[in-house]
Design a protein around this ligand. Structure first.
Ligand SMILES: Nc1ncnc2c1ncn2[C@@H]1O[C@H](COP(=O)(O)OP(=O)(O)O)[C@@H](O)[C@H]1O
Ligand SMILES: [Mg+2]
Length: 385
């Protein structure tokens, strides 16, 4: 207990009982106590507010009072007490005990022979539980306040994020028309629409087309991600077979694979069932994974494609023997604009986030397993129904 004297209020009709209590506390050597006494309930509600008591010993029977101990206890519940209330009653009045505890008493004692000796310990324990409960309440209030604070900060961040996404979408959109015009004009010149083009001029123009295409890819990726994030991307669902998508995409990339002298392995599930999904989007998912596998694998590496018919989903695996991804980065690569590979190839850092968003939009899942210097395996699933 504190070294300061504990202030104890005793509400007790019988002065003899009070004397015994006082005696016990005066002999108690571990802490000093300052005992106040009320013989009746008069004024108690004001008293407990004006004086800070560390504990209140409240007798159940209070002859001459307007209320008994239990009724007083009920009233005390609404006061901001500094310490616990402990009830006292004569033998035979035990029945009140459960009710007293329910009404907020921290403990009760029955006046049996020598019960006074136990009072210091009872008070000490009750005070400890009272303080623990108060502290818990305080912490809960603090947590609740913090929660409100966080929720409000979160709302603000979401709003800022929305403004930023809108801005990006607008800018990307504004880029599209000029880009189309640039590409169209350059194309016209290359094709000789304005007269013969010398090899030197053609080389310059080819370079311009290449960067214009790169810019167009970035603009399209930005538009896609902002559409998905703002919930404006609508799925055009139709019956499709993932094996067909894989075959068609592979044929579009066969030259690239050949140029890098990579080996392509293909293991497609027989009798792959159709699924209901957006053909363009699923193609984009596969193409994003495939182009990464080719891009982030060295010349002579292997790119392997697998499709699997699972119970409730279909699964596609795209693996490579490339540089791999460090464990601390395997989550990050699905974040926008995050590019982690040491040797950075051309790219926007949007391919994987878009792919994952599309898969999630279809209620599927996407994940990666990878080992540095060994290669990566990207997986995605799509539900059958
Ligand atoms: N197959 C892969 N092998 C190794 N690293 C990869 C692979 N696929 C993706 N990554 C890493 O994840 C990053 C994000 O990929 P992505 O979102 O497709 O963007 P980008 O390809 O435009 O960089 C890449 O920059 C690369 O660091
Ligand atoms: Mg990519």
């Amino acid at each position: 207990m504190d070294s300061q004297a504990l202030k104890i209020l005793v509400i007790e009709f019988n002065p003899k009982n009070l004397l015994k209590i006082k005696e016990v506390f005066s002999k108690y050597s571990f802490a000093s106590h300052e005992i106040s006494w009320l013989q009746r309930e008069e004024n108690i509600l004001n008293k407990v507010e004006d004086e800070r008591f560390d504990a209140i010993l409240l007798s159940y029977d209070l002859p001459g009072s307007k209320a008994n101990g239990l009724e007083i206890l009920s009233d005390l519940q609404y006061k901001d007490l500094q310490g616990p209330v402990i009830m006292m009653a004569d033998k035979g009045d035990e029945g009140f005990a459960t009710q007293a505890m329910r009404e907020g008493a921290y403990d009760y004692v029955i006046r049996e022979k020598g019960y006074e000796d136990g009072l210091p310990l009872v008070i000490h324990n009750a005070l400890n539980s009272f303080r623990a409960a108060k502290e818990k309440e305080r912490l809960q209030r603090e947590i609740a306040a913090k929660k409100v604070e966080l929720e409000s900060a979160n709302r603000k961040l979401k709003e800022l994020d929305r403004i930023k996404s809108d801005f990006v979408a607008n800018v990307a959109h504004e880029f599209r028309t000029p880009l189309t015009i640039i590409k169209g004009n350059v194309d016209l010149v290359i094709k000789g629409g304005l007269g013969e083009v010398t090899p030197d001029q053609r080389e310059m123009l080819d370079g311009a087309v290449k960067v214009a295409n790169r810019l167009a890819r970035l603009v399209n990726d930005l538009l896609d991600i902002s559409k998905i994030e703002s919930g404006k991307m609508k799925l055009k669902l139709e019956q499709l077979n993932i094996n067909n998508i894989i075959e068609e995409s592979l044929s579009a990339f066969s030259k690239m694979i050949k140029d890098k002298k990579q080996t392509l392995k293909k293991e497609l599930a027989k009798d792959m069932p159709n699924i209901n999904a957006d053909i363009d989007m699923i193609t984009q998912v596969f193409v994003n994974l495939l182009s990464n596998a080719i891009k982030y694998s060295p010349e002579g590496g292997t790119v392997a494609i697998k499709s699997v018919d699972l119970e409730k989903e279909i699964m596609v695996e795209v693996s490579d023997t490339g540089e791999g991804i460090a464990p601390e980065n395997t989550d990050k690569i699905f974040d926008k604009f995050t590019r982690v590979t040491a040797e950075k190839k051309e790219g926007t850092g949007l391919g994987l986030p878009i792919a994952k968003d599309i898969v999630v939009l279809h209620k599927g899942r996407m994940w990666v397993k990878s080992e540095l210097k060994k290669g990566s395996q990207f997986y995605f699933t799509l539900p059958k129904t």
